[in-house]
Design a protein around this ligand. Structure first.
Ligand SMILES: [Zn+2]
Ligand SMILES: [Zn+2]
Length: 829
């Protein structure tokens, strides 16, 4: 009677062995080539969810595989530990944000260890440690010195009742999440990082990232949103001043029949001084959330200012409007409206009865200004545009830009959608911005030797008032680093995306106390070979990380310009058609599944159910498949443990019979397939499917029980390959069975073993013989491998000496391959 598969005991045994033997710790002084395998670090929300399990199971399979392939694998983990939820928990349960965070980390760490992930735990970091966030502050000061950090007024969501700033996620349908007051927009001085200085490099660098998914590259390109065009000034018809607009379609400018200003535009405020109706409109528009305004249908709201501007190309007066769909931080905050050739402008013109004038004709039609029922936005031939009439759009773009430049009212220009990164948060649980305000010196950075500026622990989170730190006199009062006079500390904290922009460098040197990390050590590990995380981080995190690396390069800290060589965006785990969430009640707890089926079965399920980048639609019943498979592997080894483990190794002199040859072929083919599936494409699901097939082949080889010793040699070879191939996916099961087979000496752990290699001669399918015909008559025979393609077969048929004699002086009309049977060459003459 073989022993039962007691997965929990087996898991615990191997997990503690891995921890005790420091199996996954690494150093830089290792002769093997490096491999940096990274998963996005979790936010310590309280527990590990199924999305985490999937993300880390993919990363763990890759890390374990690469170790067995002979790499020195850095596979670290840490905690993205600052941020709003800790403050919300403080409001709800009264726990201090730090205590809440630390206890969540402790619990989740233990969960990760119970899932058997092969992390270098000695390198664990938490971004809420002052030893970590002091370097956020140090970076901030370096950026300030280089002009990359600056202050300007920007609007925030403001609850007038609680007198507090609200994060976007705290505004629900335009109202405060706590007190239901109407949220307004308020301008505050805030800190920004000048990411736009790197806009061109961030864009161009995307072309050099072949290891990133196309979807992520496209999202980043659109986010940066570079467009080339012209800026043109429309002077005011009365009084001083002009309105600068940016356009990518200067060829349509003679069709500009009005100009629209953002409500925040300085001219709008000037016109409103004498126009109460306009003033009311502006105030209302500015109170709206930005997202709402962006999504707004153009034309829904808007108001004429009663003023005119002059179209510099036609010298005609055009009315100036203000409308909330135009945003101040897009382009110049003003647009020239060409309703005949822009859909948004068309909708606006229709809604407000503004003139529409066609100035570009399509190649095969003739549009009439009075009759068109929608805009025609494509290129064509310019009409009704004075000296530019008759030019194709592309030529007109150049000619009209040159004209504007020569006349001094316009020039070539490039704009970006990318905005500077606003990092100020009026929150407690974040990195304090290391600046002080002095009446004599202005804004001054804290001296670097005085870092970190530590978050005070003694605070009360009330959800009210301007900011938690602003209430804390002991924190605010300081002396000025410039003049030693009394000064006040900055009370804004940093966006937590700052923490995650460079954390993966800290893993390389996590206890360094003189600098963020030693450049000589980071150099050994960078770039990251594979970075695995959710596609929701395609912009923000993955752009900020690229920006931060470029800044660090320019500070001389790193040599790479791009931190990540290959990126894998894993699909979500959904259930009942929706993302798992507590509020929907459709979550599945990893601990429950692991308790019922075992960790290895859970890991096999999330890896086998779909390719990594596709969604998994969680189905409880489908756990049975991997559970049965794990049992099958267990029984396969246990039932014949003595016969398998006592079989002697293959010497090379054996005479194999047909069944043995077939099993050995399957073994070596499986090794090849699994290797390629993981290494080239991260197709972990097809790799597991191939391993399942090998298990089927092994059962076939064992039942009925073979008598020949050669058979047991082939079975042992196949079983050992099976366990090695399985170990990245189901490491506890593989380790236990490997030990049971007699590999129980120290350092014989399966993870310390090399990856098996396949012998191409054994993996090759039997050869086939094809007959070769010329005009239907047998002229030769061809021996081919089963995997040779038609083109190779045709080529070899035509090169056959015997066949060649019948082709001499003839014209070959075509060559037909009938798979596995024959090649027919049709000739003339
Ligand atoms: Zn409120
Ligand atoms: Zn001072």
């Amino acid at each position: 009677m073989s022993r039962p598969y007691e997965f929990e005991a087996i898991e615990r045994k191997w997990q503690s062995r891995w921890l005790d033997s420091r199996a996954f710790e690494v150093t830089e002084s290792d002769p093997r080539p490096k491999y940096y395998c990274l998963e996005m670090l979790p936010y310590p929300s309280g527990k590990i969810h199924m999305g985490h399990v999937r993300n880390y199971s993919i990363g763990d399979a890759v890390a374990r595989f690469k170790r067995m392939r002979g790499f020195n694998v850095l596979h670290p983990i840490g905690w993205d530990a600052l941020g709003l939820p800790a403050e919300n928990a403080a409001l709800k349960h009264g726990a201090h944000p730090e205590d809440w965070t630390r206890s969540n980390i402790a619990h989740m760490k233990q969960q990760l260890q119970r899932l058997g992930f092969s992390y270098a735990w000695e390198r664990e970091i938490a971004t809420c440690d002052p030893e970590y966030y002091r370097w956020n502050q140090w970076f901030f000061i370096q950026m300030w010195k280089k002009g990359l950090a600056y202050r300007k007024k920007a609007s925030v969501n403001w609850c007038p009742t609680d007198r507090t700033v609200l994060a976007n996620e705290q505004v629900i349908d335009g109202k405060c999440w706590r007190c239901d007051s109407q949220v307004i927009q308020k301008d505050l001085e805030q800190w920004f990082l000048r990411i736009t200085s790197y806009a061109d490099e961030l864009l161009d660098g995307l072309d050099a990232l072949p290891g990133w998914p196309a979807t992520v590259l496209t999202l980043q390109r659109n986010w940066i949103g570079r467009s080339e065009g012209a800026s043109v000034d429309f002077r005011l018809a009365e009084g001083e001043g002009s309105i600068r607009v940016f356009t990518t379609r200067i060829d349509t400018i003679c069709g500009a029949t009005f100009v629209v200003l953002a409500p925040e535009h300085p001219l709008a405020a000037r016109f409103a001084e004498t126009n109460p109706e306009l003033r009311a409109y502006i105030e209302k528009a500015r109170a709206q959330a930005r997202e709402k305004r962006l999504a707004e249908e153009p034309g829904k709201t808007g108001i004429p200012t009663g003023r005119d501007a002059v179209n510099p190309f036609t010298s005609e007066r055009v009315p100036i409007w203000v409308a909330s769909y135009v945003l101040m931080d897009y382009g110049t905050g003003a647009v020239m409206a060409v309703p005949a050739h822009d859909e948004r402008d068309f909708a606006f013109a229709r809604a407000h009865g503004l003139p529409i004038r066609v100035v570009v004709q399509p190649p095969d039609a003739s549009l009439e200004s009075e009759e068109i029922d929608r805009a025609w936005p494509d290129y064509g031939t310019v009409v009704d545009s004075g000296p530019f009439t008759g030019l194709p759009s592309r030529e007109a773009l150049r000619a009209m830009t040159d004209h504007a430049e020569a006349q001094g009212f316009g020039k070539k220009a490039i704009t970006y959608k990318l905005r500077d990164w606003g990092i100020s948060r009026q929150r407690y649980w974040g990195t304090p911005i290391p600046m002080v305000h002095c009446d004599a010196c202005g804004v001054v950075p804290v001296r670097e030797e005085d870092l970190p500026v530590v978050l005070p622990r003694d605070v009360t989170i009330t959800g009210k008032g301007e900011s938690v730190l602003r209430e804390n006199e002991a924190f605010i009062k300081t002396t000025c680093p410039g003049c030693s006079g009394p000064a006040r500390r900055e009370t804004d904290t940093m966006d937590t995306f700052v923490d995650s922009s460079w954390y993966f460098y800290r893993y390389t040197d996590p206890r360094c106390s003189e600098m963020p990390f030693r450049p000589s050590i980071a150099r050994e590990w960078f770039p990251i070979d594979i970075y695995i995380g959710g596609v929701e981080h395609a912009i923000l995190h993955l752009i900020y990380s690229r920006f931060w690396t470029k800044v660090m390069r320019d500070l001389g800290l790193v040599e790479v310009s791009e931190p990540i060589e290959n990126q894998l965006s894993q699909g979500m785990v959904i259930k009942d058609g929706a993302a798992m969430s507590k509020s929907k009640g459709n979550t599945v707890e990893p601990e429950e599944v692991a308790g019922k089926y075992g960790v290895d079965t859970l890991r096999l399920y999330v890896l086998f159910e779909a390719p990594p980048e596709k969604e998994i639609d969680w189905t409880d019943a489908r756990l049975e498949g991997p559970a049965r498979f794990a049992q099958r592997v267990w029984r396969l080894v246990q039932n014949d443990l003595d016969a398998i483990s006592s079989a002697s190794p293959i010497e090379g002199q054996e005479e194999w019979n047909e069944a043995e040859t077939a099993l050995r072929r399957k073994t070596h083919q499986t090794i090849l397939k699994v290797t390629r599936d993981i290494e080239d494409r991260f197709h972990l699901n097809t790799a597991i499917a191939a391993i399942m097939e090998l298990v089927n082949a092994l059962y076939k080889a064992i039942e009925p029980r073979p008598a020949r010793s050669e058979s047991w040699k082939a079975i042992r070879e196949a079983t050992e390959a099976l366990l090695l191939l399985l170990s990245p996916f189901a490491p506890h099961l593989a380790e236990e069975l490997w030990e049971n087979l007699g590999h129980d000496q120290p350092n014989m752990s399966i993870g310390a073993r090399g990856w098996p290699s396949h012998d191409p001669a054994i993996a090759a399918e039997d050869r086939l013989t094809l007959v070769v015909q010329v005009n239907g008559k047998l002229r030769g025979r061809l021996s081919i491998g089963a995997d040779e393609d038609d083109e190779t077969i045709k080529k070899r048929a035509l090169e056959d000496e015997n066949v060649k004699r019948f082709l001499e002086g003839k014209e070959i009309v075509r060559v037909v391959v009938v798979p596995k049977r024959l090649v027919n060459v049709v000739v003339l003459g």
